[in-house]
Every structure is written in structure tokens, then in C-alpha cells.
Design a protein around this ligand. Structure first.
Ligand SMILES: Cc1ncc(COP(=O)(O)O)c(C=O)c1O
Length: 346
């Protein structure tokens, strides 16, 4: 089976499981888990932040960002297709009593003037803007890796208005590796940053919320309130540390695999995509008539190749740790045989 549905489907390998088995643990609610402490220090250092807090998921890390920076009745600026307004169950309104102000980006990238004109001081009925959130890489825009300069164009606007900023860096690792830029160069632009261990890095569980000591102290209390205080969680932390030590640099291989797959799709008659948008490990492909999304996905499933539908005419493939270059070659072979110019119509 070649599972290209998401980079979240990876399973811990032997080395990671051994690291988990050997993990020294303690009660992390008492701050006594040495493995979690080491993981938090390691990630804070990689991102050039004062402190980091281990949390179960990327959603919790992002929502800590919203809760730490905002006040009820205010408004948060987000890119319209980013994760926070689309896939986090309206948590900002549910948990923080704020509303979102989504702005259209160009391939996920916000325009500084558009952000400037969306900022509201808050008077009478108008909610005040309390936070700006960005996402890098941008998932729905196709794993686009925004540059430090592109992000800074927005964080400069935030500074102009003295607004805090949060970066959803679920795949910040991919952005850094793709651009050969230190992770801290991105992270230093933002007040707080969330990063995930359970996507390209291949750990089974875990994200970190990173920022100043003051933000992390606040987040620590909020995490407890959300039910996210965990006990001998170093077992999971060991997987995260192992992932950082062993699986960061190899993200370049996922990016090369995604590019190879994208080139193959682009060569086929009934598929369309913009090769310039393939920066990292995510490939969105438009399916053209007479093919349909469901006919394509079921034909691939018969060959044990799994992608997901992401719109009426769009499918997505994501490369990751459990997909080798050989798997990509095999997928390309299946694509040619099934959808190439000489294929029998499906
Ligand atoms: C950009 C982005 N942010 C946040 C998340 C949330 O992560 P989690 O599934 O760990 O809650 C995801 C999940 O895919 C994501 O793609």
C-alpha cells in the first residue's frame, strides 16, 4: 500500500519505538519529566524562543496562541484558506470568544495592504483586532513555503499597530529545509509559534507551542484548563526528540519525491497543476473531464495507491517518511498505465 493521503499517517519505526521504550519519565504536571523538558528546551532553542510547551496536537497549540494573545469580543486576522478558520471546529469563537476576520491571500500569501485595511481599532460596535495569525508552510495552498521576507511584510504591519502575531508552523520544518533557512529566522518574526512533530517528522503524537517565558507560563495554565496536562508523557516526548534528531534533514527527500510525482501528473493528459507551487511535500492536482475525482481515486485504490479528494475537481497527494522514492516510481508507473495516453478509458 502506498499511502499518500497525508503526512500524518506515518507509523513509528523501530528506532523511534526503542527511544520511547528507553525514555526516562516523571510527572510532567509537576514539571518532573526529564524527556519532555529536554524536548521543550531543544525545540525552543531550534526556534530561538525563550520557552516551549508540549501539547497533544497542532490544534491545541494554535488555540493556545489565540487564547494567550486575545481578549473576548475581539477579532483575529487569518488567511481565508488557512487551517485555523477551516479545520479547527470554530475553536476561536468556542474557546476564546473571538471572531475571525479571514482575508484572501494569493496562493496563501497575504498582502500587507489588505492586512492594514482589515485592522480595526475597535470602537462602538466594531471589534478591535487583537491578533494576526499566519501559516507556513500553507497546507491548502499546496505546501507553499513563504519566505522570511514575505512573512516579515505582514509582521511589520502588526508591529506598526502593536498587534501580537502567531505562526501556525505545523510544517515550519518543511519550509526551513526547502529554503535552507534556519527555523529561527521564521520564528523570530512572531510572538508565538506552533510546530508539529506528528506530520513530516513522523512522531505519533505531539506539537509544541513556543514563545516568551511569559506566554508559555500563560499557556501552561491554559493547557491544564483544556485538559492537556499530561503525566509520564516523556514516552511521547522521546518519539519527538528522536524525530528531530533523525528525521529533519530527510524532509528534503519528501520534497524531491513530491516534485517527481507532480512532474508525472503534469505530463498526463487529464490532470493539471502549477509546478511552481510545489515547494515542499504537498501536491494538489486538478482532475479534468472526462475523468472525475472519484474515478481517479478508485482506479488508484485498486492498485493500492491512496490519495484524498480535496474539492469537486481536486485531489491531494502528500509525501512523507513512509513513502520511499521507489513507492513514488511505482505510483508514477500506475499513473501512466492507468491514465496515460495509451490507457484504456476509466
Ligand atoms: C497547517 C496545519 N495546522 C494545524 C494542524 C493541526 O494539527 P493536529 O492535527 O495535530 O491538531 C494541521 C493538521 O493537519 C495543519 O495542516
Amino acid at each position: 500500500m502506498i499511502d499518500l493521503r497525508s503526512d500524518t499517517v506515518t507509523r513509528p519505526d523501530k528506532g523511534m519505538r526503542e527511544a520511547m521504550y528507553r525514555a526516562e519519565v516523571g510527572d510532567d504536571v509537576f514539571g518532573e519529566d526529564p524527556t519532555i523538558t529536554q524536548l521543550q528546551d531543544t525545540v525552543a532553542d531550534l526556534l530561538g524562543k525563550e520557552a516551549a510547551l508540549f501539547v497533544p496536537s497542532g490544534v491545541m497549540a494554535n488555540q493556545l496562541g489565540v487564547l494567550v494573545h486575545t481578549q473576548p469580543g475581539t477579532e483575529v486576522i487569518v488567511e481565508r484558506r488557512s487551517h485555523i478558520p477551516n479545520y479547527e471546529g470554530a475553536s476561536p469563537s468556542w474557546l476564546a470568544s473571538v471572531q475571525l476576520c479571514p482575508i484572501d491571500g494569493e496562493r496563501g500569501i497575504l498582502n500587507p495592504d489588505a492586512v492594514r485595511s482589515a485592522i480595526r481599532p475597535g470602537n462602538y460596535g466594531q471589534p478591535a483586532t487583537s491578533l494576526i495569525c499566519l501559516e507556513n508552510t500553507h497546507n491548502l495552498a499546496g505546501g507553499i513555503a513563504q519566505s522570511v521576507e514575505q512573512l516579515q511584510a505582514i509582521t511589520d504591519v502588526a508591529k506598526e499597530y502593536q498587534l501580537p502575531t502567531h505562526l501556525d508552523g505545523a510544517r515550519l520544518w518543511n519550509a526551513g529545509i526547502a529554503q535552507d533557512v534556519p527555523f529561527r529566522a521564521f520564528a523570530s518574526l512572531f510572538d508565538t509559534v506552533s510546530v508539529c512533530l506528528s506530520k513530516g517528522l513522523g512522531a505519533p503524537v505531539g506539537s509544541l507551542f513556543c514563545g516568551s517565558k511569559e506566554s508559555i507560563n500563560k499557556a501552561h495554565a491554559l493547557r491544564k484548563r483544556l485538559g492537556g496536562g499530561m503525566r509520564q508523557v516523556g514516552i511521547l516526548g522521546a518519539a519527538g526528540l528522536y524525530a528531530i534528531q533523525n528525521n529533519l534533514e530527510r524532509l528534503a527527500q519528501d520534497h524531491a519525491n513530491a516534485k517527481k510525482l507532480a512532474l508525472a501528473f503534469a505530463d498526463l493528459p487529464n490532470f493539471s497543476l502549477n509546478l511552481d507551487d510545489i515547494h515542499t511535500n504537498i501536491v494538489y492536482v486538478d482532475v479534468l473531464a472526462p475523468l472525475t475525482v472519484s474515478s481517479v481515486l478508485s482506479a488508484l485504490e485498486k492498485e493500492q495507491v491512496y490519495l484524498i479528494p480535496t474539492g469537486p475537481n481536486t485531489i491531494r497527494a502528500v509525501t512523507h517518511l513512509d513513502v520511499s522514492e521507489r513507492d513514488i516510481d511505482q505510483t508514477i508507473h500506475v499513473l501512466h498505465r492507468t491514465f496515460g495516453p495509451h490507457a484504456i478509458a476509466t
